[in-house]
Design a protein around this ligand. Structure first.
Ligand SMILES: Cc1ncc(COP(=O)(O)O)c(C=O)c1O
Length: 403
């Protein structure tokens, strides 16, 4: 098995077993170096300075956008908007598209496995426009049934906000089918790709997604850079989300002419360092290749789940098939609160997440209050999984229960 830990300063400097990559990934040297290089060699305000350094900063920033365009297989760089994160990207669509296009009688459809970031903006739009918020529920293993999808999409479905990969079950949702159904009814679809972008190639044209959002920090880029893809015709028709500097062509006392795409949606000084580092992250991952990344992650997930299934009192959330988890393993242990699971693992220098994972409606639907979640990335090792399993096996005993 190939080893990648050496590429990550935080991981090579400690014996921490980091199993929380679904919350935020670790950053490799190449990403840290790219951000540093931007500030050391090209630091000027992108899109503003007309002098050579300013133009270089702009060129780097726009090259990062072109890289994201290719990463998502979008047609045009104007369709790539830099934001802070998935949450901001979804809010952009909610405020700019949702509030201006939806009305009483319309329906907004969300998948039950949505992260709160892809839920609260739609609750807000429903409240403010009078549209109805509807849910597409999944089965206990996280799968969606075709009959439920057919019933959930109606002629009133004007917008569907769907999760690509669940941050709780790790399940890949059937977004192609949902997109097709919603398009047949004349609605638009936003895809939350926060958990899929780090694990698989995405082709927005093949998916025919109208909007798609992801965060750089889950993809090994720095925190504070995210992406919204939107079809050009839709974005052109939408008002700005934030307004101020950078996003205008001209301003008079009482009016303004907005800049063309994508800058209409990038008000204020942009995150130049974050954008170039996102490009470095994409290039780093593509350098390794999806096949290799998936092979490592699947192997480690299979290894972990295979062992966990045999531990008395341990219950896995979602599918029993490791291939359907995309590195995400949520679990509970009889009589042990997930916060205690995380604390005991922390004492063994193993980092996992515990709680509701910002997906409370899904957990309610699945009948659990909270879970522990181990999330695996390709830089994890078999040794990491061995240590994790060894500790999980001992948790009930360490909490004072028998075997
Ligand atoms: C599926 C999903 N959507 C959205 C988000 C929100 O991402 P961010 O906090 O980077 O905006 C997350 C974060 O965990 C997520 O897992």
């Amino acid at each position: 098995m190939r080893q990648f830990k050496e590429d990550f300063p935080l991981l090579r400097q400690s014996d921490l077993v980091y199993l929380d990559s679904a919350a935020t990934a670790q950053r490799p040297d190449a990403v840290l170096a790219a951000e540093r290089e931007f500030y050391e060699k090209y630091n000027a305000n992108p899109l503003r300075g007309l002098y050579e350094l300013g133009m270089e900063a702009t060129d780097r920033y726009e090259a990062a956008r072109d890289c994201v365009r290719d990463f998502l297989h979008a047609e045009d760089s104007a369709e790539i908007i830099f934001t802070r994160n998935t949450t901001e990207s979804i809010n952009l669509v909610a405020y700019s598209y949702g509030l201006t296009h939806l009305k009483t009688g319309d329906e907004i459809l969300v998948t039950i496995d949505s992260h709160h970031s892809n839920l609260l903006p739609w609750q807000m739009v429903a409240r403010q426009t009078g549209a109805t918020l509807r849910y597409l529920d999944c089965e206990q293993d996280g799968a969606y049934e075709v009959k439920d999808m057919m019933a959930a999409v109606t002629p009133q479905t004007k917008l569907a906000a769907v999760t690509h990969v669940s941050n709780v079950t790790g399940r890949l949702d059937p977004i192609e089918a949902i997109i097709r159904l919603v398009h047949e009814q004349g609605g638009v679809v936003l895809v939350d790709a926060a958990q899929s972008a780090p694990h698989m190639p995405i082709d927005v044209q093949e998916l025919d997604a109208d909007f798609l959002a992801f965060s750089g920090h889950k993809l090994m880029a720095p925190m504070g850079i995210g992406v919204l893809y939107g079809k050009k015709a839709l974005l052109e028709d939408m008002p700005p989300f934030l307004s101020g500097g950078e996003m205008i062509d001209s301003v008079s006392r009482f009016d303004a002419v907005y800049a063309p795409l994508p800058h209409k949606f990038e008000a204020g000084t942009v995150n130049g360092g974050g954008a170039v580092a996102l490009q470095a992250a994409i290039e780093y991952m593509e350098g390794i290749g999806w096949r290799e990344i998936n092979k490592q992650e699947e192997l480690l997930t299979e290894m972990a789940m295979g062992e966990m299934k045999r531990i008395p009192g341990v219950h896995l959330i979602g599918s029993t098939d490791p291939k359907k988890h995309h590195g995400i393993i949520s679990f509970t242990i009889d009589d042990v609160h997930p916060h205690d699971i995380a604390s005991i693992l922390d004492a063994d220098k193993i980092a996992v997440r515990a709680g509701h994972h910002c997906a409370q409606p899904l957990l309610q639907h699945l009948g659990v209050m909270s879970t522990a979640r181990a999330s695996i990335a390709f830089y994890n090792t078999e040794k990491d999984i061995d240590r994790f399993i060894k500790s999980v096996k001992e948790i009930r005993r360490r909490m004072g229960y028998g075997e």
